[in-house]
Design a protein around this ligand. Structure first.
Ligand SMILES: Nc1ncnc2c1ncn2[C@@H]1O[C@H](COP(=O)(O)OP(=O)(O)OP(=O)(O)O)[C@@H](O)[C@H]1O
Length: 920
């Protein structure tokens, strides 16, 4: 019987799973049942299987959940408040109002649903930017393919840091895998080919599963299940898709929304007795209280914020930074320190041999002099896992360091193709960042030989002799000094220096542990590799400095090389310290804190990945918001710990990607800086539309206040239904457009926002309610009174239905309604910037806003001029001069705010103080 983790094996008609194959069977039978072999499938067979089996992706159950998502919006707590208001309106005998409120609830729910779906899709679409890739054998040749194209029968190659793309059985090699996604157990477990005692499926020592990652070792596995027919596929089908977790920004805004809703209910309740005192009937007073409530409940706020975050995530993805959590966008904006690695992030990761040094010949040209150093060239050729099929074009696959060394071997006339090398290799000890060297034992024309290459200190420590021309001399203290001096000389030019060494081997070296093989080596020479800084990095570093962000380098490379590269891109212009891994290890926590608090930028060189975590923890202890980059398995803890863990999408391992908050598709440091700028922009945008949404509360409430405080002598300037028309019809789209506002000039010239600072601050409320709101209220109330007085009204004169003044009253409320819309247009333009002038951002730079305003104008015109709509909301057509007068409210509101911003800029003499810059 085939073993399963639980329940019977899935249906196998489509061949997704080896339900018919016996996992306990000997390998030969498994190959037979899967119609595959140690060479893997051939391409045509694989393509056909892919068509039959479908892609190797996990099912999503989005389709089934949308009615629930929509339903959730209708019973959302703020919506429930509005339902209650509708119920009250119905009881108060105003069914039209009740229906209108219900329409508001439903339309808002639909809009919120649409926004959330949009946000979810934006996040889901990110996967397309990060296609998981995997290496498989096809017809005996290793190829990298999208993980979605893996089929049953494929032979996959697993290496350190790789995600297991499908369920399978190991056929060669041994690995350790992190099974935590399946079992919750975080300690990696060993898996090796061959061993096969009976027992539970998940514990079988030769089986690997999709969703787990390989932390150590290399192995080959034949795929036995893909897509939904994997263990994790079954779990995914049980739990459905991942829930959206609320970001701190959303939590904050939710709290504020509740606070405002409570205030709205409170004011509504308080105005009920005031209305009665002003002489209203109970019904009229109730309607009036409901009006206040509906006017102030900020029901659209949250979904709009979620959408703004999602839009930010999407635009980041298009610019090389894929964020894996919505909340990361806001954290990015407050980043204060970036810890970056060097190779590939600051530099291009395209290395070429630049200098060569040997004890006999001194410095030389690596390609020209390579032939004169045959053993060195052989180490470069043999001790490598890269493939340089065509040295002339320099193209190939593998580690850039090794490709550059293969170029040296090719210059010496050696064959650099992978196939021949693999044939002669008898044993190897892979490179890892802790040992910082790699060793192979190979058959050569001169017999079996050990070949080692790596960081100079790491190799030198294992050498006992040094080559001088044709001779080999003992490696004494003086010779060691000579090598280290030569290393420093090359490193000072920013070169990555590798030492190459070798010795004749014996059969014992084929089975001996690493430490024994890497002894008694002869140092052949040094090669200096040039890896140019990326052109985009110096300006990005300068922008980080202007934005108050410090950049530390944490690298495995030599201190002198790292310092030269750091300086060449502008890191440390205001003070640079270089700290080696050994020194870092000796520092006490308090000393490390003191070092990091100096304000200097620091190059941590020759550090082990584990030490990165220590630096990150110390920085966080100092209250910094840290973004840290990493690409290897050992970087994962630091990536997880940091506020923003940044993994390298192009060169990093799957493990690092999984642990990271953000993945750079181009590995470029400049993308981090762009992401920080985008984070700041999104945060600013959220504040912009909060200002916009809050501002209209004042002109909506003031007519009620005037009515109540005048004891009914001044009629109600705005009907409840008109308020609903504003909330619903006219202001939604401009608010959405403000969420897409391009960054304001100077967004990267101000210091980072403190982590503790709330999104809504007193100064911003003053601007929304005090400045924009009060100006709008003055203008609209003025317009209302003007129209009334012009029509012959005097305070206290009756304006109710049937009275002579009723048509004038209708016209006057319409003036308030249109006036508020015009003021909102002015507010929208004012809210586009927090500090800068509108001129500096340009009038046409947010086309969405223009569309939103066009929509607003059309809807308002419909409410005023379409008889059906007019009857519902109680408006009357306005004449052209009145309309012109009301439209003037827009530039006035904008102008008042523009003057205020100008005044604040001038008060700070053009160079705003940090505090001033952060306040709206
Ligand atoms: N494939 C390799 N074989 C042998 N030695 C290597 C290899 N790659 C790198 N090294 C040596 O090990 C050192 C550390 O490499 P590691 O990959 O940890 O860091 P790095 O790439 O130099 O820096 P960063 O952490 O900034 O990416 C290098 O400086 C180099 O001397």
């Amino acid at each position: 019987m085939p073993r399963t983790a639980g329940g019977p094996p899935p249906a196998v008609a489509d061949g997704h799973h080896v339900g018919t194959a016996d996992l306990d069977a000997p390998l030969e039978r498994l190959w037979h049942e899967l119609r595959s072999g140690p060479e893997g499938l051939d391409e045509r067979d694989a393509a056909r299987r892919l068509r039959v089996q479908g892609p190797n992706t996990l099912p999503t159950r989005r389709a089934a959940s949308w009615p629930r998502a929509l339903g959730r919006q209708v019973v959302h707590p703020l919506a429930l408040l509005l339902w209650a208001a509708a119920g009250l309106a119905f009881l108060a005998g105003t069914p039209v109002l009740a229906v209108a409120i219900v329409v508001v609830v439903v339309l808002n729910a639909v809009l919120a649903f649409w926004q959330e779906q949009h946000a979810e899709h934006a996040v889901a679409a990110l996967e397309a930017y990060l296609p998981a890739r995997t290496r498989v054998l096809r017809g005996g040749v290793a190829r990298e393919i999208p993980a979605a194209e893996v089929v049953v029968g494929d032979v996959v190659l697993l290496t350190e840091g790789a995600a297991v793309p499908a369920d399978g059985r190991l056929v060669a090699g041994a690995v350790e895998v992190d099974m935590s996604a399946l079992t919750g157990e975080s300690v990696p477990v060993a898996r090796r080919a061959g061993a096969h005692p009976p027992g539970p499926l998940l514990e079988a020592p030769d089986l690997v599963f999709r969703g787990t990652t390989c932390t150590v070792g290399t192995a080959r596995a034949v795929v036995t299940g893909t897509g939904a027919h994997t263990e994790i596929g079954r779990i995914a089908a049980l739990t459905g898709h991942v829930e959206h977790r609320e970001s701190p920004l959303e939590q904050q805004v939710r709290r504020v929304a509740w606070l405002i809703a409570a205030v709205a209910v409170g004011t509504g309740a308080a105005f009920l007795p005031i209305g009665l005192l002003a002489g209203l009937s109970f019904t009229a007073a109730l309607v009036f209280a409901i009006g206040l409530l509906v006017a102030n409940v900020p029901e659209g706020l949250l979904p709009t914020i979620t959408l703004a975050l999602a839009a930010g995530v999407r635009s980041l993805a298009r610019h090389g930074a894929v964020v894996r959590r919505l909340s990361a966008v806001e954290t990015l904006g407050s980043t204060t320190v970036i810890c970056t690695d060097k190779t590939g992030t600051l530099t291009e990761n395209r290395m070429r041999p630049h200098a060569f040094w040997s004890a006999g010949g001194g410095r030389g040209d690596p390609e020209r002099d390579a032939a004169a150093a045959p053993v060195l060239a052989r180490v470069a050729q043999r001790c490598s896992d890269a493939d340089l099929p065509d040295p002339a074009r320099g193209t190939g696959s593998g580690d850039p360091t090794e490709l550059a060394l293969l170029a040296v071997a090719a210059a010496a006339g050696l064959d650099t193709r992978a196939a021949g090398r693999a044939r002669d290799r008898r044993a190897d000890h892979a490179f890892d960042p802790v040992h910082q060297r790699m060793t192979t034992v190979d058959d050569t024309p001169d017999g079996l030989a050990v070949h080692t290459k790596g960081a100079v200190e790491a190799v030198l420590a294992r050498c006992t002799a040094i080559r001088r021309g044709r001779d080999v001399a003992a490696l004494d203290e003086a010779a060691r000094e000579e090598v280290l001096r030569a290393t420093d000389g090359l490193a000072a030019e920013g070169l990555r220096v590798l030492a190459l060494a070798g010795r004749p081997a014996t059969a014992a070296d084929l089975v001996a542990p690493r430490e024994e093989v890497e002894t008694g080596l002869v140092l052949e020479g040094l090669v200096g590799l040039l890896d140019r800084p990326r052109a985009s990095v110096p300006p990005a570093v300068a922008r980080c400095h202007a934005a108050g962000i410090r950049v530390h380098v944490v690298t495995g490379d030599h201190p002198v090389t790292a310092e030269a590269v750091a300086r060449s891109v502008g890191i440390g212009v205001h003070g640079l310290r270089v700290v080696g891994g050994d020194e870092l290890a000796r520092l006490r926590e308090s000393e490390l804190d003191a070092l990091l608090a100096t304000g200097d930028e620091i190059v941590f060189a020759r550090v082990a990945p584990e030490q990165k975590l220590r630096v990150v923890e110390a920085l966080e202890h100092l209250g910094e918001v840290v973004a840290v980059t990493g690409d290897g398995v050992n970087d994962a803890p630091a990536l997880r710990r940091a506020d923003i863990g940044v993994a390298m999408g192009a060169s990093g391992t799957d493990v690092a990607r999984e642990a990271a908050t953000m993945v750079l598709t181009d590995d470029d440091f400049a993308s981090i800086e762009r992401a920080v700028a985008a984070g700041r922009r999104v945060y600013d945008d959220v504040r912009k539309f909060v200002v916009y949404i809050f501002a209209h509360a004042v002109p909506e409430v003031v007519p009620f206040l005037l009515f109540a405080l005048s004891g009914g002598a001044i009629p109600l300037g705005l009907t409840v239904l008109q308020i609903l028309a504003i909330d619903l019809g006219t202001e939604t789209l401009p608010a959405l457009a403000l969420g897409r506002e391009p960054a304001e000039p100077g967004v990267m010239d101000r210091p980072p926002r403190p982590r503790s600072e709330g999104v809504i601050r007193p100064r911003m409320l003053w601007r929304a309610w005090g400045l924009l709101g009060v100006t709008s209220a003055l203008l609209t109330t003025g317009a209302f009174l003007l129209v009334l007085l012009r029509g012959g009204w005097t305070p206290g004169a009756p304006t109710g239905p049937g009275t002579a003044l009723h048509p004038v009253y209708l016209e006057a409320t319409t003036a308030t309604f249109v006036g508020i819309v015009a003021c909102q247009i002015g507010t929208a333009f004012a809210a586009r910037t927090e500090h800068a002038s509108l001129r500096s951002v340009g009038l046409g730079t947010n086309p969405l806003l223009w569309w939103g305003i066009a929509f607003e104008v059309v809807v308002t015109a419909a409410f005023v001029y379409l008889p059906v709509a007019r009857d519902v909301v109680g408006t009357a057509p306005l004449d052209a001069p009145t309309v012109a007068l009301l439209l003037a409210c827009a530039p006035i509101v904008w102008g008042v705010d523009e003057v205020d911003r100008w005044r604040r800029r001038r008060r700070t003499t053009g160079t705003p103080s940090p505090d001033e810059r952060r306040t709206p």
